[in-house]
Design a protein around this ligand. Structure first.
Ligand SMILES: [Mg+2]
Length: 190
């Protein structure tokens, strides 16, 4: 059975951090012009104040899975071994990472009831994970896998097909496309 590493933020669930950031700012930032992976960098000198408040918020309390994610993952779990791998360390408030880890664990435990919690992996260094297939919105996290799937997010949307082809990376926009790639017998990668 092949193994799949699946990222959490911006792959299983999306927009949770942005929502808190928008509430704090009082407006919706122009994401189109933000190319940085770390959206909080737009905060400038308000960053410290934001994180002093943010550290106590469970950003997964009202989070939901992306459309089709539950059903596709459940189907995939019959044919593949699934690992959910997520970073939990905030660069700005490393000392409070334990709270984030707990919130992430609780979300995964509640939402993905068919995945053994032993298959939840919490690490910032995904290069140590030896899975055949890796699905993530960050390119550096899928490097080295036999099948590299990039989940579209605002910070990677400008990467061209040619750039991705050169690195043997397949882009997907949603979970239906993951189903087509990994479960449809006619898929070119199976
Ligand atoms: Mg992610």
């Amino acid at each position: 059975m092949k193994s799949i590493m699946v990222d959490m933020d911006s792959v299983l669930t999306s927009g949770n951090f942005s929502k808190i950031l928008e509430d704090y700012l009082g407006y919706i930032p122009d994401y189109k012009n933000i190319k940085n992976y770390y959206v909080q960098d737009i905060l400038g000198d308000k960053k410290e104040d934001f994180f002093s408040k943010f550290k106590d918020i469970d950003m997964y309390a009202n989070a939901t899975l992306l459309p089709d994610c539950y059903n596709v993952l459940k189907e995939l779990s019959k044919y593949y071994t699934i690992y959910i791998c997520t970073d939990y360390i905030w660069r700005e408030i490393v000392e409070f990472a334990g709270t984030n880890l707990k919130n992430k664990y609780n979300f995964l435990y509640k939402q993905l009831d068919f995945i053994n919690p032993k298959n939840f992996i919490f690490t910032a260094d995904k290069s140590i994970i030896n899975c055949d297939i890796k699905i993530d919105d960050k390119i550096s996290n899928i490097e080295g896998a036999e099948t590299k799937i990039l989940f579209t997010a605002w910070h990677n949307k400008d990467l061209t097909k040619e750039e991705l082809d050169n690195q043997n990376i397949i882009r997907v926009d949603n979970w239906k496309e993951i189903r087509e790639l990994l479960l449809n017998k006619r898929s070119k990668i199976l």
